[in-house]
Design a protein around this ligand. Structure first.
Ligand code: NAP
Length: 296
């Protein structure tokens, strides 16, 4: 028999965990959410006997408690449950936040429960339950040894792979995920606007850029970031960069700070990878007006 689970916070993550773990024979003994109706819907999906808006009613009998509320209320929900004596001794309390460490659950230690964080490195935009959304992804874990051990068992059963992160490393780990995922979207938004300004239709903008993006990702995968660098910065082609800047000054000056900042970090990356010399880096630095040079 697998350890029993209670889910507190029945949104996208809570629903995905409840359904997928239930499908793999983890007994979900109860669900809880801010609104009882959310808890009832998820309870029906995972065959849980109890659904409530008073989480301690279901957490006290569970071996594992997932706190899948929004990040901002995880600590206060945990405090409330602990105040009601809602964690049993030896139970494991896990949250799924990427940015926060397990330490925001420290109130559970008052009930002699273990604490940890388990962050599935995936975007759960909707509750699509037709397939296992955890399959093939990484999930970052840290916390008490007992919590890491149970989280590892869960992750492997979900067909994901555990990624061990230091508790102090959580904010930077999550910032990296934001840069890789959210900021890629921001960059594509900027590139799309620029190519439209150059005369490409809005329907074609991303279609035209897509093979370039795919090729770049493939190059990064095959050769790493230093060797994947192409273009005017790594060539030290100051003239081309100045042509870009003049065009942006005339037509879309709001994008210039982003462009200058990216030239700065691309030049530093090229230097780090020994693709340009120290002199080449100094030449590129002339592109930036002193007041616009990003603070390093
Ligand atoms: N979605 C993702 O892509 C993703 C990926 C990785 C990690 N995560 C993490 O997973 C956690 C949950 O995120 P989510 O995307 O599932 O959020 P979500 O879809 O907004 O769901 C959060 C749920 O928590 C419930 N809730 C709000 N306040 C509560 C409270 N005080 N007590 C009990 N329940 C409360 C809400 O319930 P009602 O429906 O009852 O109002 C809501 O359904 C977060 O820590 C997030 O960082 C999310």
């Amino acid at each position: 028999m697998k350890p029993s689970i209670a889910i507190v916070g029945c949104g996208r993550m809570g629903t995905a965990l409840a359904k997928t773990l239930s499908d793999r024979s983890w007994p979900i003994i109860g669900t809880s959410s801010l609104h009882r109706i959310s808890a009832q819907k998820v309870a029906a999906l995972c065959h849980a006997a109890a659904a409530t808006d008073q989480p301690w009613e279901i957490t006290s009998g569970a071996d594992i408690i997932f706190l899948t509320t929004p990040d901002g209320v995880i600590a206060s929900v945990c405090n409330d449950i602990a105040r009601h004596g809602g964690f049993s001794a030896g139970a494991v309390v896990l949250h799924c936040s990427g940015a926060h460490a397990s330490t925001i659950l420290s109130a559970a230690h008052q009930n002699q429960a273990w604490i940890g964080s388990m962050h599935p490195l995936q975007s759960f935009a909707s509750v699509d339950l037709s397939r296992n959304p955890f399959k093939g992804i990484r999930a970052a874990i840290e916390g008490d040894a007992a919590a890491i051990s149970l989280a590892t068992r869960i992750i492997e059963d979900l067909e994901a792979t555990p990624l061990h992160i230091a508790t102090s490393g959580k904010p930077l780990y999550h910032a990296a995920a934001v840069v890789a995922s959210n900021f890629l979207v921001t960059l594509m938004g900027a590139a799309s606007r620029m190519i439209q300004q150059a005369g490409v239709s809005s329907e074609d903008a991303l279609v035209v850029l897509k093979p370039l993006i795919d090729g770049t990702l493939a190059n990064i995968e095959q050769a790493g970031v230093y060797q994947a660098l192409t273009g005017p910065v790594v060539r030290g082609d100051l003239q081309t960069i100045e042509t870009h800047i003049r065009a942006m000054e005339e037509t879309m000056p709001d994008i210039l700070p982003l462009y200058r900042c990216l030239v700065h970090y691309t030049a530093l990356l090229a230097r780090e990878g020994n693709r340009i010399s120290e002199d080449g880096l100094s030449v590129l630095q002339k592109v930036w007006k002193p007041q616009e040079t990003p603070v390093s």
